[in-house]
Ligand binder design. Sequence first.
Ligand SMILES: [Zn+2]
Ligand SMILES: [Zn+2]
Length: 249
Amino acid sequence: MLKPFWADLHIHSALSPCGSLEMGAPEIVSAVRKAGIDVIGIADHNTCDNFPAISEAAHGDPVVLPCIETQSAEDIHILTVFPDFKTATEYKAWLWEKMLPIKNNVDYFGYQVVLDHCNNILREEETLLIQGSRYEVDQIVSKVQSIGGLAILAHVDRPSFSYPVALGPMPADYPADAFELSWRIDSVQAAMWREKYPGRTFIRSSDSHTLDTISRANCTKMTLEAPTFEEIRKAIREEDGRRISWPWG
Ligand SMILES: [Zn+2]
Ligand SMILES: [Zn+2]
């Protein structure tokens, strides 16, 4: 039976240098439960290494999907979503073949900590995660799709790290699965995007770096049979009655 579920596919953990250290596994899980969100993506910059911690802490409530906010050579952010952790880690290995061995400067960028489900620190990531991999956006989109993932152009309305800022307006038929809009824009601005790209799928995500932005008001309602990767993929393609509600209602 189809019913509405709330999805926020773009949440950072304490592993992202810009993510607050309050973004630990139990804290994210309880904020998401409190907000009434059914499925989340843990999307740290260029890594998925905190997925196991949050997934274990959640015990299926919410459903947690392994994601990576990939940064391309053009400094474009792509929200990449994977069906399972194995696929995500294989993609990460591919991505890191073209990451530079730049060390994180903790004082400047912040800590990058890999946690377990109780927030014990397993290790610190030494390589700076906020850097562009040497792959171009087109290569990233095509790689992700070839291994069964979803490639969503992140925060296309934002003045930094977005496709339009780096390369100009997206072609109407750009092969990404969807475009993500930030919750920071209002319904009038959002409507302009919809008019500009008729027939394209848009999602809204919180891009949370702190707990206080985790909210239904900042994410997307989807009509699905269950809050799973496969159902979300169908909703993006509007298959079998699955669909994505326009986030600005
Ligand atoms: Zn971003
Ligand atoms: Zn982000």
